[in-house]
Design a protein around this ligand. Structure first.
Ligand SMILES: NC(=O)C1=CN([C@@H]2O[C@H](COP(=O)(O)OP(=O)(O)OC[C@H]3O[C@@H](n4cnc5c(N)ncnc54)[C@H](O)[C@@H]3O)[C@@H](O)[C@H]2O)[C@H](O)CC1
Ligand SMILES: [K+]
Length: 516
């Protein structure tokens, strides 16, 4: 499903009315009716329910006025609270306020700080709150009066249905710089807004419904919108059924270079991820002394032992053997569990410029590039980097908080600047592609934040690339499937006890769920 910024949505709105002649007041009417339908699904019957609607002066408030009218028709008791002077209403919002007034219906104005008491009293006897204060036209921070109103609503413990987006949330970033409605449901119009599908906006929005308000499909499905929320249907559309004449050579060969003394699990999990994702062949290359261990515990992969340092990490002299192994492979997965010994760091740095096959760089391969990012930008081959926020912070030399506060911007800029597919992990993993596409992954859960989880992802991603998926799609599909496997594991085992190995165990079910 495509995801829009506020400006893109405004443009779609404008084209709907100006190019295709769908009157904006019709869009507003549809929007209000759809919100009422969601409210009905929450309270089962609206008749005799007391519903408090908070309305701002913009079109979001206009939608709220439509909601008020339809709830009234269905027998609800509506308390309408205006957060602006009635004189300030314009256009379609004005039309709907006029109708309400002509119907002889009352409203209360919360135009002074002391008007807050009206809200307090209203909330004492209310079944549900509708937030139509601000929508996509909101910028910056709410004023003190609106902030107080928002805090009262949030403290009420009542179900709150946000119209289009929770008021106080920035539609383009998912951030709130001040008080923001914490909705139980958000009904958004036409397409999801970017801020609703990334954190913290996704949590503030509660359950998200994307509803049809009669915007022409030609506009909502435009290929010019390059951001997409990953769905089963989208991911499934990237896979072709296997041919009956396929053999192991048809599905690609992944070379995993990973592991060091004490971190052998990372190497194994990466290889297993690639195997579970359907790679035809997997070779796991590890420091020499670890080879017997991985060979004994990983039946399906081939193994290579590489020169190692005294401490059991890869030595710089491993370079030629790795390049030799690359000649027999289709994709390289480099990094999990390599450690940060200076010699291994030098190995990574001297290896990358020589690569002739696509590469997935994770974990210590990324740490090796801290302060040496021109190596990334100068790669001759397609590459995917899979940093968690800490690794991204190290790569960029910025604090992890900054990465988290500006995830969208940072992922997109990294992809552009280094011309590599950038998969930024965390709640709502982002996949930014140098061509400008951005994928947002909705699957996954906090139970996946444990050792080994990232190694599995790297393996799955390399496994999908080996089978011919383009790096951007492979990264997006890997994030989606990995998260889905994690969700299945959490459902069966609980978030606390699930292990990265369980993600591997549930990968087949996740994959079957999506495209088999
Ligand atoms: N296709 C659709 O999606 C449709 C959407 N509709 C609804 O319209 C709103 C967007 O309406 P707009 O009038 O542009 O903006 P808002 O209602 O969000 O009002 C903003 C209002 O508030 C002012 N403002 C902005 N920032 C601040 C601030 N920090 N403090 C105070 N005031 C602020 C701004 O100047 C405006 O006056 C969309 O979300 C949908 O709900 C249509 O109804 C149907 C089609
Ligand atoms: K709103």
């Amino acid at each position: 499903m495509r995801v829009v910024t506020a400006a893109e949505m405004k443009e779609i709105d404008l084209q709907a009315s100006e190019v295709y002649g769908v009157p904006s007041i019709v869009l507003m009417e549809n929007a209000g009716i759809r919100v009422v339908e969601v409210i009905e699904s929450i309270v089962s019957e609206v008749k005799d329910k007391v519903i408090t609607i908070l309305v701002g002066k913009g079109n979001n408030g206009g939608d709220g006025l439509v909601v008020a009218r339809h709830l009234l028709n269905r027998g609800a008791q509506v308390k309408l609270l205006l957060l602006a002077d009635p004189e300030e209403f314009r256009g379609d919002a004005r039309v709907n306020l006029n109708i309400w007034q002509k119907l002889g219906q009352p409203f209360y104005q919360v135009n002074q700080l002391n008007g807050i008491n009206i809200v307090k009293v209203a909330l004492l006897n209310t079944h549900l709150v509708v937030d139509a204060i601000y929508g996509t036209g909101f910028r910056g921070t709410v004023n003190e009066r609106v902030g107080r109103v928002i805090e009262l609503i949030n403290a009420s413990n009542l179900p709150v249905v946000a119209v289009d987006i929770p008021s106080g949330l920035e539609a383009d970033t998912g951030q709130a710089s001040g008080p923001c409605i914490k909705a139980s449901h958000t009904v958004t119009f036409g397409l999801p807004k970017l801020g609703l599908v990334v954190e913290p906006g996704a949590t503030l929005a509660g359950r998200l419904s994307v509803v049809d308000i009669s915007l022409p499909k030609i506009l909502t499905e435009s290929k010019d919108i390059k951001r997409q929320l990953l769905t089963k249907e989208l991911v499934a559309s990237w896979f072709k059924p296997r041919s009956s004449t396929g053999h192991k050579g048809t599905y690609g060969h992944v070379l995993v270079v990973a592991g060091s003394r004490g971190m052998v699990g990372a190497a194994r999990m990466t290889a297993q991820g690639a195997l579970r994702a359907g790679a035809g062949l997997v070779t796991l290359a590890v420091p020499q002394k670890l080879q017997p261990v991985v060979a004994a515990t990983l039946d399906e992969a081939m193994t290579i032992g590489l020169p190692e340092t005294e401490q059991g990490a890869l030595a710089q002299t491993a370079r030629e053997e790795i390049l030799e192994a690359c000649r027999r492979a289709d994709v390289l997965a480099l990094g999990p569990g390599l450690g940060r010994q200076p010699e291994t760091v030098e190995l990574v740095k001297s290896l990358l410029p020589e690569l002739e096959i696509p590469v997935v760089l994770d974990a210590d391969a990324l740490n090796a590039l801290a302060g040496a990012t021109p190596i990334l930008a100068d790669l001759k081959v397609p590459a995917v980097i899979t940093p968690h926020p800490g690794e991204m912070g190290r790569l960029l030399g910025i604090p992890v908080d900054q990465v988290q506060n500006e995830r969208l911007k940072i992922a997109c800029e990294a992809a552009q600047e280094w011309q590599v597919v950038t998969l930024l992990k965390g709640a709502r993993t982002l996949i930014a592609v140098p061509g400008g596409e951005l994928y947002i992954n909705p699957t996954g859960n906090p139970g996946m934040a444990s050792g080994g989880s990232g190694d599995v992802l790297t393996g799955v991603l390399a496994g999908l690339m080996a089978q011919g998926l383009a790096p951007g799609r492979a990264a997006a599909a890997a994030a989606f499937l990995h998260g889905l496997a994690g969700d299945l594991a959490a459902e069966k085992l609980g978030e606390l006890s699930m292990l990265a190995g369980d993600i591997l165990s549930y990968l087949p079910e996740a994959i079957k769920n999506v495209y088999l």
